[in-house]
Design a protein around this ligand. Structure first.
Ligand code: SAM
Length: 221
């Protein structure tokens, strides 16, 4: 499938798949969206823990992992980050993203390290950030752990890839989380919220990033 690099409205790059008419991030700003949805309303909501285990559905360009690593390094908290990705971006393409310029100098080297890291095993990217990239379809993934504190649900939207939002996959996310764990996504569809409630989550609709009225955050009961 052909991928094109695009520049979003805040100057950060993203990837577009013309065949699907779908982008990896909001065209209003990849960086703004990632910071707002996943860092501000996800990671920062559970910072009381000293070690945080994150699971990302759709590792893609690694932007969410980079911003999470920056938080970990600055706050001196350990993050164990598992990213699942069925169709990895090539290292060359990933390294053409311009994300290093949006992080502090002490974190710049993390971005290439995320992409050069081997798939399928734990890699120590920094003393505060351990990464495990899994190349697999989420449908085939059998969770090894049920100790995840935070799920970043960053699949393509329901109109582009409805299968990623069905109850079976969402149930897998619920199973991964510890009680009190958090599920966060940019998507605000009513069906998603109803499904999360049916899985025992307490669901919140929060203001979305620029260009989007709402996003969804859900706490596992
Ligand atoms: C919205 S993009 C992810 C954006 C990514 N978090 C980033 O910051 O670049 C969705 C991602 O899900 C991946 N994906 C698509 N189908 C998948 C599947 N069945 N299982 C796992 N990953 C899948 C895509 O390849 C793509 O990287």
């Amino acid at each position: 499938m052909k991928r094109e690099i695009i520049t979003t409205a805040d100057g950060s790059r993203s990837i577009r798949i013309p065949e699907m008419d779908e982008n990896y991030h909001s065209s209003y700003g990849a960086l703004q969206e990632a910071n707002h949805v996943f860092i501000e309303h996800g990671l920062r909501a559970i910072l009381k823990k000293n070690t945080i285990r994150i699971f990302e559905m759709g590792f893609g360009t690694g932007l969410n992992a980079l911003l999470s690593a920056q938080e970990a390094i600055h706050l001196k908290k350990h993050i164990h980050y598992t990213g699942i990705e069925a169709f990895p971006v090539s290292v060359d393409m990933a390294l053409s993203m311009n994300y290093e310029k949006f992080v502090t100098a002490d974190v710049e080297a993390v971005f290439p390290a995320l992409h050069l890291a081997e798939w399928g095993s734990e890699q120590h990217i920094s003393p505060f950030f351990t990464l495990e990239k899994i190349q697999q379809k989420i449908e085939d993934y059998l969770p090894k752990t049920r100790s995840i504190d935070l799920v970043y649900y960053d699949a393509f939207g329901p109109s582009a890839q409805a299968d990623m939002w069905n109850l079976n996959v969402l149930e897998k996310m619920a199973d991964l989380l510890v009680p009190g764990g958090l599920f966060v996504t940019y998507c605000a569809k009513g069906q998603l919220k109803r499904d999360l409630k049916s899985l025992g989550f307490t669901v919140e609709s929060l203001p979305g990033p620029p260009g989007k009225r709402e996003m969804t955050r859900a706490w596992k009961g």
